[in-house]
Write a protein that binds this ligand. Structure first.
Ligand code: FES
Ligand SMILES: [Fe+2]
Length: 408
């Protein structure tokens, strides 16, 4: 029997950790608070070091807290990040998304900066500044605002707006331990990048990467994984700080329309056709299959809009044949021309519509001994989200102080 409008809005008869109030996905005020309490204080994955191969190569990055950053490789080979904001009158310095600039020059009054953030050019400097007296300033005081930057975990560039933040290693902890040998032994290289702007909340995409019950959505996964040995033994493993891992299994690609094994181009220490997925708080996923590491990173643009960046990587040392194999696998299965990604995108868009139609709660309630269809990954994410926000995701209207959970 269908439910009435009144019943549709009632709290589920479950513990508060097992459902989420949908206002966490739609409320403008909650989104603004996330910027301040989560995005501005957490390590964010900005790009990959291979996107900046040469000195003075840069990329701009729209940081989820709302500021635009420049990520640039210095002439000393170190990758740094800066606010893309001129210290003179606040103009944008770089407009193009990527390039190479020995000098980054602001168009407004032509102040220029090097890739270490130093102000190295200031027109009519002596006439107006630096000439002694009360209005004297030095170019040394006029550098760009630097942002904490660390490169690691497969050569990804992580940034944190909070100067007093914990080291990246403390934030990630052991979450990537099971794949670290595969991704950190040899330099990696991005061979495919694409971006989808979706009318949904960033957490809905992350939810989709944090539970595998939705494998029913993917014919490919049903055939190559769910129907194969080992699938229901896969574990969902929560880690400190809101991260979670889905344990690996051998994938049988041959089970889908005569596909073949994908092991021709691998990663160090990988045997067969495994598939590991690790979700990092608040919106990143490392998805390692035999021939491709796909990393999803999100740039929330508003409560109902997120840009999802997809990077697919192989080894920098790939032969032409190996790279061709990775590109083919990626494009036909996991990338923009495969079907899985679009099925997931349809699902998160659909969830958004359900919420707008007045459903107040969504369920994260499955418990199956922390195996593959247990929704502990999502519960673990929202425990961390609730702690940082000082609001329960199941009842976000009230402020509460929560202890840091070690495990969900
Ligand atoms: S605002 Fe950049 S030089 Fe004036
Ligand atoms: Fe999926």
């Amino acid at each position: 029997m269908g439910r009435t409008a009144e019943q549709w809005k009632q709290k589920p008869p479950l513990p508060k950790t097992h459902y989420v109030d949908t206002r966490v996905y739609t409320d403008e005020g909650i989104f603004e608070e996330e910027k301040e309490k989560i995005f501005a204080k957490t390590w964010m994955l900005a790009c990959h070091e291979s996107e900046l191969p040469a000195p003075n190569d840069y990329r701009t990055y729209h940081h989820p807290a709302g500021v635009n950053l420049i990520v640039v490789r210095g002439e000393d080979d170190r990758v740094r990040s800066f606010f893309n904001v001129c210290p003179h009158r606040g103009n944008t310095i770089l407009y193009s998304p990527s390039g190479n600039a020995k000098r980054m020059t602001c168009i407004f009054h032509a102040w220029s900066f090097d890739s270490e953030g130093n102000c190295v050019g200031l027109p009519r400097e002596k006439a107006g500044y630096c000439s002694g007296g009360d209005c004297s300033v030095s170019r040394d005081d006029l550098g760009l605002r630097e942002v904490k930057t660390q490169v690691g975990y497969g050569g990804f560039v992580y940034v944190n707006l909070d100067d007093g933040c914990e080291p990246l290693e403390d934030h990630i902890g052991p979450a990537l331990d099971t794949i670290i040998e595969q991704i950190d032994t040899e330099p990696l290289e991005v061979f495919s990048y694409h971006r989808a702007v979706v009318n949904t909340n960033y957490k809905l995409w992350h939810d989709t990467n944090s539970e595998f019950y939705h494998d029913y959505l993917h014919v490919h996964n049903r055939l190559t994984s769910m129907k194969q040995e080992g699938y229901f033994e896969r574990k969902m493993i929560p880690y400190p700080n809101g991260h979670a891992e889905v344990g690996s299994q051998e994938v049988h690609y041959e089970a889908y329309e005569g596909g073949k094994g994908r092991a021709e181009a691998g990663f160090p220490g990988v045997e067969g056709n495994p598939w590991s997925l690790i979700d990092l708080f608040p919106g990143y996923s490392y998805n390692l299959r035999a021939s491709v590491l796909r990393v999803d990173s999100q740039i929330p643009l508003g409560p109902n809009k997120t840009a999802i960046e997809y990077r697919s990587l192989g080894l920098k040392s790939d032969t032409v044949e190996q790279r061709r194999q990775r590109v083919l696998d990626n494009q036909t299965i996991w990338g923009p021309f495969g079907r899985n990604l679009h099925e997931d995108l349809l699902a998160v868009d659909g969830q958004g519509r359900a919420i707008q139609n007045g459903s107040r709660y969504v369920l994260h309630a499955r418990e199956e001994d922390s195996t593959i269809h247990d929704e502990v990954g999502m519960r673990h994410f929202y425990a961390e989200w609730s702690r940082r926000m000082g609001r329960l995701a199941g009842d976000p209207t009230k402020a509460v102080a929560l202890e840091k959970p070690a495990r969900a």
